[in-house]
Ligand binder design. Sequence first.
Ligand SMILES: *[C@@H]1O[C@H](CO)[C@@H](O)[C@H](O)[C@H]1NC(C)=O
Length: 649
Amino acid sequence: PNPVFTGEKVTLTCSVQSDSDWTRYDWYKDNTFNHNRLSQYNRTTLTINSVKESEKGLYWCQGISNSRPTSSSISNQVTISVKALPNSTLSVEPTSPYTGEKVTLTCSVGSDSDWRYKWYNNRSINAVNQSDRHSTTGDTLIISRVEESDQGLYWCQGERDSRPTSTSISNQVNITVKAKPKSMLALTMNDDKVSSDKEDILTGDRVTLTCTVESSGWRFYWYRDRPDSPPVTITESTYTFNPVSVSDGGQYWCRGGRGEPPYYTLNSDPVRITVTERPVAVLTIQPNWTQIFIGETVTLRCVLLGGGDTDWQYEWFHYQNISQTEPEYRISPVRTSHNGSYRCKGVKGRKTSNHSNVVQLTVSVKPKPVLSVSPQWLNPGDSVTLRCQVKETSTDWRFFWYRNVPSDRSYTFKHLSDDGTTEQYYTLSPAGRIHTGGYVCRAGRGNSFYYTDYSAPQFLWSGDLPSAVSLTVNPNRTQHFTRTSVSLSCKKKGNSTGWRLMRYTDRGTESGCVSYRGTIQGSTCNIRTTLIQDSGVYWCESGSGENSNAVNITVTDGDVILESPVHPVTEGDTVTLVCKHRTNISNIIKADFYKDGVLIRNDTTGEMTIPVVSKSDEGFYKCTSNEGESPGSWVTVRGENSCVCGVCV
Ligand SMILES: *[C@@H]1O[C@H](CO)[C@@H](O)[C@H](O)[C@H]1NC(C)=O
């Protein structure tokens, strides 16, 4: 044949058309000029039994005779081409099988099909017939349940009826059979490898079971509680619980499986997972006030619910982790820097509780309460209410009430009731003696009493005469023109020294006479030239702690004043109100009088007399004339009978 495949037999025939006897035939290959004589062949046929690649080439022949002509002409030239046999490749799966596993050998030929395969190993010419565990289909040889005796070198070759009738011999594959492996099971919790069983795992952790076999190509079968139960799951690699819950607890095994039907490794050792409920941290604050003031004391307490045993440590957070490991965090005294939110959690080795709730600490500067006195002017028989107000959002206060008792130069605070009140109101009842003068309050709370600042003083005045100390005004009226002189006289029963003159204006409280540009003459303070700023409430304080009646003086720079009584008048008295001009001293002017804004007399001769005054005449009076309008003044009328034990007739 031509072309011819390596290993085939090829025959070349030389024939000469002549009657002569040809004693021999010479055969030539390749080079025409340098005749490469194949002298060993001298017959009419040249047979090459198993062609090699190197035997391809150009062939020709020539007949040789003993008689003339001694040689024939050179024959035609024939080119023999030699083709290589198709390659066969042997592969095996799995490359390194375990006892009992199925092994598949595949013989593949690059080109055409219709091959039959011959299987060899180094122990037998025919590997297939070794045992009934061997079977072939097409290009595969399957060894079911491989054994140690199947170890060795394997190769294959394809063959068929048409040319080329065989493939080359395949590569050799070495099959080694290993003992059945055991799967290894490892447990990790939140990416940390843990030795199983000892660690308790808490709900919410991420738990991963990892099954490994020394070789590749495995899927993993997971068993829970019983290794011979159906697998709970089959995974490609790991079995993860994220987050793990209590019901995931139990004993676990794994094994690898590969192939179809699966070939299984031995079971791993079991791993026990014990999941306990994660403790819940609860943060409380004591006392539970929304607003805390600088200097107070608070205690934060972190309690672990479901924490079980005791040896937990605590972590505290205030913007960041703070160095505090006890379950109780006492802050004393509270400072501004303690403001903000707090959280805690429990830590024990690798275990942590949940983060607690957030507790908000709102720190404010020490409050100063605001005191109000109602009414400010004492009516005999009526009670007086003091009110002490601290910042609206703070709670649990106790209120402490003090009377501002004048002493030689300053004041002492005298408790009205020693243990304070829970109410922000305090009533001065007429049954007791109500003292005129200044009052202050403050509030306190907490176990180790924390006190606010004192409030600013507030005053309670009495306009009534007589009292132990009395104040009289000259000229004896409430309203005064500016740039005139006014004298204020303090009289103390028996002794008229040791007093001081107080005044209250919208600028605050002042004491002394000189400070009002006055001069002292005995027990009298003379203000020579009045100013509008001298308007205010005046009273005397004695060094022994008593207050006089108070008078409310109005100084006006207008041209009209109303002359009205400085002190309360008693029912039945005769009261004369006079409208005065700054320039007209004689009083003979025309004036209108108003009470509580209503015109009650007009066109008078400048004065209005109420012959028998009654309670209904009490009110706010003013007068007008062609020169202008006077300021208003309050006229107080007292009942004829004084009040006894809070009952007034
Ligand atoms: C003093 O009298 C004036 C004028 O009547 C009044 O506006 C003021 O409130 C009084 N002051 C006090 C403290 O009662």
